[in-house]
Design a protein around this ligand. Structure first.
Ligand code: ADE
Ligand code: ZN
Length: 369
């Protein structure tokens, strides 16, 4: 029998530390807010280009220390600086530059595909026309695709602390841009703003062909009711965060049966709650739920996808094989064609074979020999 030629088998990689293992893994990111990618450096530069003062959230920062971050300590104080900072985004070029700056970083982290949230109402409410926002973001996405080879889609989120009528009118405004937007989501302050408030908006969005996701944020009041509504009333395709589902074995069974995935964000969890929820994320993974790891608002929480994976890996007993499974989940629940899904899953299989074959070979035998 002919032996395999060297090109038939993936060549093993040298065994590497966890950080390198994560960095080299092909990845998808499904939960990142474009507005949350506005770094202090970019905010300052856009303000200057638009002849605006720098946002007041930057006043405590030294311009000569661009690595310094925004100051906040929970979801409320985060949102209180998040929205005012957006005043520096004025022209389509600004939105394009914001998308491109995130996609460059994601590409440098070996992210192959991204599904990007954006909040049109955070801009239309301050007088920026809807088409300016979408055309700008779309330009950034297309430029990144062409120049870097990273693929990206846009998900339009409604602000849940505004009215359902405003969400519906935003949905109507989006219809001429349907080709550029793959799905709709729901974000911002969840307290007293349950999924059911937006049932008719999501029903119409589904009829228009949009895929559906929504935030069920960590440890919110009535969170299991919200998760139940998202699954049963709204019939979402995915849930953003949603980690509290672990408290309901019945809901866990339902999402497993329906293949609904969760987009989890360990670093943001650790800032907005007392815990990064690593134990819950790994337990859900081991129960067969399609959990994924993402960055949420990387410019604010100060971690992109690699740092989020590292936080999980260092804070739990998750294995390298399971870290690969988390990425497999991301490609499985991503909104891409089945052809591209197979392509990325094959890439991950190859990575697993190359990166883990040495680890397997070197594992000591159970009897110590
Ligand atoms: N909008 C941007 N980031 C968010 C988060 N972590 N929770 C709710 N709304 C958001
Ligand atoms: Zn989010």
């Amino acid at each position: 029998m002919a032996s395999d030629s060297p090109t038939d088998q993936p060549q093993p990689l040298p065994e590497v530390d966890l950080k390198t293992f994560i960095a080299q893994m092909p990845k998808a990111e499904l939960h990142v807010h474009l507005e949350g990618c506005l770094t202090p450096v970019l905010a300052r530069s856009l303000a200057s280009r638009n002849n605006l003062p720098p946002p007041s959230s930057l006043s405590h920062l030294e311009p000569s220390h661009p690595e310094a971050g925004y100051a906040f300590n929970d979801l409320t104080s985060f949102l209180q600086i998040y929205y005012p900072n957006l005043a520096v985004l004025v022209t389509a070029e600004d939105f394009s530059d914001l998308a491109l700056s995130y996609l460059r970083t994601a590409h440098a982290q070996n992210v192959k595909h991204v599904e990007l949230f954006f909040d049109p109402q955070a801009h239309t409410s301050r007088g920026i026309p809807f088409p300016t926002v979408v055309r700008g973001y779309r330009h950034g996405v297309i430029t990144a695709q062409r120049t870097l080879g990273i693929s990206a889609s846009l998900i339009m989120c409604f602000l849940r602390d505004h009215s359902a009528e405003y969400a519906m009118s935003t949905l109507m405004e989006s219809l001429p841009f349907k080709d550029s937007i793959i799905g709709v989501g729901l974000d911002s302050d969840e307290r007293d703003n349950p999924p059911s408030k937006f049932a008719s908006v999501f029903q119409r969005a589904a009829r228009e062909g949009y895929l559906l996701t929504m935030h069920c944020d960590i440890d919110q009041p009535n969170i299991l009711t919200h998760i139940g509504q998202a699954i049963n009333e709204i019939q979402v395709d995915r849930i953003d965060h949603g980690t509290n589902i672990i408290e309901s074995p019945e809901l866990v069974d339902t999402i497993k049966t329906r293949g609904i995935g969760l987009t989890c964000c360990p670093i943001s969890n650790s800032v907005v709650t007392a815990d990064f929820k690593g134990r819950e994320i790994v337990s859900l993974l081991r129960q067969g739920v399609k959990v994924t790891i993402n960055s949420d608002d990387p410019a604010y929480f100060r971690g992109y996808v690699n740092e989020n994976l590292l936080k999980l890996a260092e804070g739990t007993d998750v294995t390298k094989k399971e870290l690969i499974q988390l990425q497999r989940n991301a490609f499985m629940i991503s909104w891409i064609s089945s052809w591209r899904r197979s392509h990325f899953l094959h890439m991950l299989d190859e990575y697993e074979q190359k990166a883990l074959s040495l680890v397997e070979e070197r594992r000591p035998l159970a009897n110590g020999i």
